[in-house]
Design a protein around this ligand. Sequence first.
Ligand code: SF4
Length: 489
Amino acid sequence: MFLVLGDQLTRRPFESENALMVETSEFARRYEYHPKKLTLIFSAMRHYRDELREEGVDVRYVHADTFEEGFDAALDGGETVRVQRPAAHADALREAVEETGATVEFVGNPKFLVSPEEFEGWAEGRDGFRHETFYRHVRRETGYLMEDGEPEGGDWNYDDENRDFPPEGYETPEPPSFPPDETTRAAVEEVRDEYETWGESDGFDLPVTLEDALEALDDFTNNRLDEFGPYQDAMLRDNAKVNHSLLSSSLNLGLLHPDEVVERAVEAYRSGDARLNSVEGFVRQVIGWREYMRHVYRRRCDEMHETNALGATRDLPPVYYDAETDMECLRTVVERVRRTGYSHHIERLMVLANFALVYGADPHQLDDWFRLAYTDAYTWVTTPNVVGMGSYATDAVSTKPYASSGSYIDRMSDFCDGCAYDVDETTGEDACPFNSLYWDFLDENRDELGDNHRMSLMYSHLERKDEEEMEEIRERAEEVRRKAREGML
Ligand code: SF4
């Protein structure tokens, strides 16, 4: 018996003649998820089931309240259940299956490139490690973008070529859309009728099958990869996708495998169809950050769900749910997520997480929000990204918080031009809320961050402010927090 979890819809190494899939309603009720996320998972699982059956696999597809109930109904004890090692919490899965008397045998998981054993072998004996050293290790091991043992082009990264803002009138090719078929339409209806959700269910167009996902990969590598790099950090009011791959929901379901995705991108570089800075930036996301986050979470998940290094305990303000604010950046991005279940990584980090960070919101409330809101979100990816990188509630992922005033958003977006607030002002009722919150955040967290050498420049700017100016900043920050709390910002 091969157990297929809902986010393990992979092609390899499935060889069994019979399979078990369990669809649970308890999972879907854990949060008020985005309806497109639930639709995606249910529809992709059901398509996968149908495809397996067409290939002659005997699939038992169980609807149950919980996994435990599903296992009880489908397993009679004594059998060996083979299952791909999950991204995290493998012991909990083993326990749930073995309660029935069955035995679990974990096999490799092609959804990831680096196995836990490989990661542990690399990490052993290291006194702390960071993404960059891990990424270089994976490049060397795989040979991706390597030439005679050296990085392609002579550098490990080309970030300095990837921070441009597109020229006026810049247009990007429209990525393919995957309109719902009968199975997906049924899932849309079911989610609408049976679950409490947050977000719009109309307009579902995500890949739900391998065929769809491969078409999306083709489109990205053929039409958008070349210009992905230069504008990967740009945030545009009228263009949510820019040249982003939009492949994360398929990768995280297991429909696409990281090696094939990266190999296609490298191929595009070798054939002269995509520039090196774009390809390297994309490869880094897939074999660097994605793999690294998975392993950091796998190793430190218990701590990550508890930690709150900066003692941030304010409730997440209502704007994350209702998008009602005059802050153009926050309003645009929350509305975008509410409509589609997607926004790109810089909008996630430098608008949504940055605001929660400088506001002082509880990192675990923010983590829950990301998990329910994004179609590509699973605990193994959101928790290290949100609790670690976005909120700096632990130093497991980054060495400093990604806190910024409005100036970063002004530089990398077209949001500020149409905003009711003035990005050049810090105090006063028209001042950009990010500015006072940013300085107040530094001031509030002096004990935790003041000695961090990577923050020394920021603190040297803070030290130049006299007490009168700081008092005005604190007052404005307090007013911003009050208005945000009351939904009046
Ligand atoms: Fe956001 Fe401030 Fe710019 Fe308005 S002025 S869009 S609040 S960064």
